[in-house]
Write a protein that binds this ligand. Structure first.
Ligand code: CA
Length: 235
């Protein structure tokens, strides 16, 4: 569920925002005291923050800047809510790290549209249910891979490798990028490990004697290719 942190000191506005956001299916968290914003944001990890510029104890602008300096919050989308309306303020808000800016009194549908647009920008589109390449199909709901009529049995690593390749059919993907996407950037894995798993993936995909569809691009990486050269296989 998408969680929105509302930072606003006017009770009436909080009620209005909370009601409309929840009607749209968002989960809401409210902070009315500026001093509690950072700790609440760190604890609740909201997907988006609606931030009032004029708060009694702190300025929303300063909060915005502080959140951008905080590692965990540096990428959280922020929409500034403000009674000020001139262009200079808008620029100031955006330069302090806000992603968007809405002037009070705002229209609720407009704010909702801006929230949805901002979330779309930062959240990648949900993964498709299926991916196809040639006679290969990946079904994510069933976590099943088939080639023609044949079920292909893959371990979790080969499954993720194939998914990543199928999301970018034809692109040459470097071992480094495969490593990062499949294993995550935080753990140490040798590049050779990628080759080992590609070999396993290939074997599973070609088990029924089907043509190879993974092209090895010398010193560059791997790509899905319906005309993958067989002699490249033993790189
Ligand atoms: Ca206020």
């Amino acid at each position: 569920m998408t969680k929105i942190l509302i930072v606003e000191d006017e009770a009436g506005l909080v009620t209005l925002l909370k009601y409309n956001l929840e009607k749209q299916g968002y989960e809401t968290v409210v902070v009315m005291d500026g001093k509690e914003v950072l700790t609440t944001a760190l604890m609740e990890k909201p997907d988006l923050i609606l931030l009032d510029w004029m708060l009694p104890s702190v300025s929303g602008l300063d909060l915005c800047r502080d959140m951008r300096k905080t590692y965990e919050l540096r990428n959280t989308p922020i929409i500034m809510l403000t009674a000020r309306g001139d262009e200079a303020d808008k620029v100031k808000g955006l330069s302090f790290g806000a992603d968007d800016y809405v002037t009070k009194p705002f229209s609720v549908p407009e704010l909702m549209a801006r929230i949805a647009a901002l979330l779309r920008r930062v959240q990648p589109a949900p993964a498709q249910d299926n991916l196809h390449f040639g006679d290969i199909e990946m079904d994510f709901a069933k976590r099943r891979v088939t080639r023609g009529e044949r079920a292909v049995h893959l371990g979790p690593t080969e499954f993720r490798l194939l998914q990543f390749l199928m999301e970018k059919p034809g692109d040459v993907l470097s071992r480094e990028s495969l490593l990062k996407s499949v294993w995550g950037g935080s753990i140490h894995v040798e590049l050779r490990t990628v080759d080992v798993h590609i070999r396993r993936l290939r074997r599973a995909l070609n088990e029924g004697g089907e043509p190879d569809i993974i092209r090895t691009v010398r010193s560059a990486g791997y790509a899905l290719d319906l005309n993958a050269c067989e002699e490249d296989e033993e790189e």
